[in-house]
Design a protein around this ligand. Structure first.
Ligand code: FAD
Length: 390
């Protein structure tokens, strides 16, 4: 068994680390300052500038196929890169990306939606959640009714990331109530903002925020259906599946960064005439954090490896998402504790991470939904204990 990175994996990881350290981390103080003034940490043009700089290093479209100018990297490499991105709270992502399900677009849709999204000229959002349907996504109600060559969309989506900025939304709507969403009754539509939907920003405990999207008789041409009629729920699950290993990969990067901060602080802060790191209470928090971080790393890398191996990744990625999200919450909490009162201030970014990572246990499948999937797989015999080694 070989747990080492290949030469290529190490080279890519180190290049990304160097880029993040040199180009992105120096922006942290300014990002904190702006966020405290209730402004976005970086504006779109600044993110774009960084993305174009990264493109010169060859980092463009991590998951995007080569025919669209991307790198089409294996999931393990993408996971390693998401971990590097997690090491800074600067809201930066590599450019050249598009929602994975946009690649199901027709040639015409690709020209109108996919290519401009990859090039950063248009912004998308993905909308399945509704006020009455989150974990139970199959319970969506936003309806699409056929009217000649068009469909009329009525209803509301909520908690949509990027929904207040997006130029267009990928909306999963009910096209056949009798069948139900899971059994072919839902369809995905590409809906330009100019077609008439409105967005309302939602304040959250994190920086930035999602939005509600309101559809009040929005007319969408038939040619804007993404994929097939009735395929909407399957596409939605495909979209969500991607986040099941990228979110915990990001969590690992955050945990690595904050744990190092805790170690540095424990080696310098003195109480009762000695460094706090000499106390077993502090040592145990560091030891537990490192152990859980390492456990999450291998769960998540295995779930990414499962994708690359062409195996069904759902069970492994639910375990990675569940454990990775919980791990980063526990680690950030301990690191805040080790920093005492300073950890609670806005002079340090720890409280910011504390608010940010709370989301990781909620979006793209709550902890409870991951547990439901894992236990159901076992109880119904879809998966054996021991995974691919069983
Ligand atoms: C910041 C943010 C960004 C988001 N971005 C997007 C986005 O881009 N697109 C999008 O479509 N959605 C997005 N979401 C929505 C997100 O996926 C949902 O919030 C999430 O799936 C949970 O749904 P809910 O909020 O309706 O909670 P509910 O489904 O109402 O659940 C409430 C609680 O009950 C628990 N629960 C529910 N059912 C069960 C059960 N059977 N057994 C045990 N416990 C259960 C849940 O785990 C949770 O703890 C986002 C959410 C947030 C907060």
């Amino acid at each position: 068994m070989d747990f080492a990175l290949s030469d290529e994996e190490r080279a890519v990881r180190d290049t990304v680390r160097a880029f993040i350290t040199r180009e992105v981390m120096p922006l942290e103080a300014e990002v904190l300052r702006r966020e405290r003034a209730h402004q976005p940490g970086l504006d779109h043009s600044e993110v774009r500038e960084l993305q174009l700089k990264a493109r010169k290093f060859g980092f463009w479209g991590l998951a995007t196929p080569e025919e669209y100018g991307g790198m089409n990297l294996p999931a393990v490499l993408q996971s390693l890169i998401w971990t590097e991105l997690g090491r800074t709270f600067v809201p930066f992502r590599f450019g050249g990306e598009a929602d994975n399900i946009l690649f199901h677009a027709t040639e015409e849709q690709k020209r109108e939606f996919l290519i401009p999204t990859i090039e950063g000229e248009r912004r998308s959002c993905f909308a399945i959640t509704e006020p009455g349907a989150g974990s139970d996504a199959a319970n969506i109600r936003l309806s699409a009714r056929r009217d000649g060559d068009d469909w009329i969309l009525d209803g509301e989506k909520t908690f949509i990331t990027g929904g207040h900025d997006a130029d267009f939304a990928i909306v999963v709507a009910v096209t056949d109530r009798e069948k139900g969403a899971r059994k072919g009754g839902a369809t995905a539509f590409l809906v330009d903002r100019s077609m008439g939907w409105r967005s309302e920003f939602i304040q959250t405990m994190g920086e930035g925020g999602p939005a509600s999207l309101i559809f009040d008789g929005v007319r969408v041409p038939h040619r804007n259906i993404l994929g097939e009629i009735g395929q909407g729920f399957t596409l939605g699950m495909e979209w969500i599946g991607k986040g099941r290993y990228t979110i915990p990969s990001h969590a690992i990067g955050i945990a690595e960064r904050v744990l190092q901060m805790a170690i540095d602080y424990a080696n310098t802060r003195e109480t009762f005439g000695t460094k706090i790191g000499t106390n077993q209470a502090i040592q145990w928090m560091i030891a537990d954090s490192e152990t859980e971080l390492e456990a999450a790393r291998w769960l998540v890398l295995r779930s990414a490896w499962t994708v690359d191996a062409g195996l069904d990744p759902r069970h492994a990625s639910s375990m990675g998402k569940l454990y990775g999200a919980g791990m980063v919450n526990r680690v950030v909490d301990r690191v805040l504790q080790i920093h005492g009162g300073m950890g609670y201030t806005r002079e340090l970014p720890i409280e910011r991470w504390y608010r940010q990572v709370r989301l990781y246990r909620i979006f793209e499948g709550t902890d409870e939904m991951q547990r439901l999937i894992i236990s159901r797989d076992l109880l119904r015999g879809y998966t054996k204990i021991g995974g691919h080694l069983a």
